[in-house]
Design a protein around this ligand. Sequence first.
Ligand code: ATP
Ligand code: MG
Length: 332
Amino acid sequence: MDTQKKIVLTGMQPTGLLHLGNFLGAANNWKKMLDQYDCYFFIPNQHAITIPQVPAHLRSATLNCVAQYIACGLDPQRCTIFVQSHIVGHTELAWVLGCLTPLGQLYRMHQFKDKSAKRENIYSGLLYYPVLMAADILLYNADFVPTGEDQRQHVELARDLAERFNATYSPTFTVPAPLIETTGARVMSLKSPEHKMSKSDSADGATIYITDKPETIRKKIISAVTDSENKIASHPERPGIFNLLNIYCAVTGIQLEAAEAKFKDYTGYAAFKEELAEVLIKLLDPIREKYEAIKEDKEYLYAVIRKGNEKVQPIAYKTLSKVYHKVGFLER
Ligand code: ATP
Ligand code: MG
């Protein structure tokens, strides 16, 4: 029964097409949780506007994101997919939680420091982002939040706020735990492998998208940055080949040592890169085909979102009215 399962909640910002890192480090792990947990995968479009977006792009990226979740194997029959801005409750709860959040705790967030350092104009939404994320999680009493290491601090804030609210008023929220996947790959850029592969990286050939065609994948892998040592080995100080080997292992499930042994007699990188391109094509082909088949089917995609809304909106209202009552807001 759904009600006995622990609740998992997570999402990816609709800031662009999903890439190999999003798949290997996130969606592929989420897929394995479908039967064990009651899974909520949402599209955090309200988070996306903490960085300026082109409105038409944001709209289409949001719907595309639904299609990409499904194409990655997040079967909407076995999980709940919804769009953050459709649900009344996220921003409302964030306001209440914000009134329990010390400003200093927000200024200390690594992501705020990183993202604000790159911008001239810093808006308060970027600072407030972790409070909204806490609301996303607490609104549904999520038990677990699968996420990358980069989000650990934000989940810590959600835990603090759950505990603070429970102590200030009375027990209300489940204290969520992060599920940080350490075995999943951290995929690095193909052009500057000291940085992670990212949706917002516009460098040509740096990112493999889950929708890339075979010839594009081959081209990007062949031109991926390596070094002049011409030996296939996993030394972190050789980040280019280290990254490619890690990708190979994450896709094939082969251990790093076994992969090194397999390729030890190869001279140069060309043959290895060809093999890597082929395993990636085999991995991504069905995802791209599924995406192509459903991405224009707006009726279907909206039906998936509507089904998600119907499930989560009553839960959000219930939590919100409980919270409003506890903080002393007058009944409507
Ligand atoms: P943006 O550049 O807009 O921040 P992103 O590529 O970092 O986009 P997010 O939407 O921030 O993607 O992250 C979605 C999920 O994918 C998170 O769980 C995050 O930890 C994971 N993820 C993002 N990039 C990588 C990567 N290069 N390798 C492994 N996992 C990743
Ligand atoms: Mg990110």
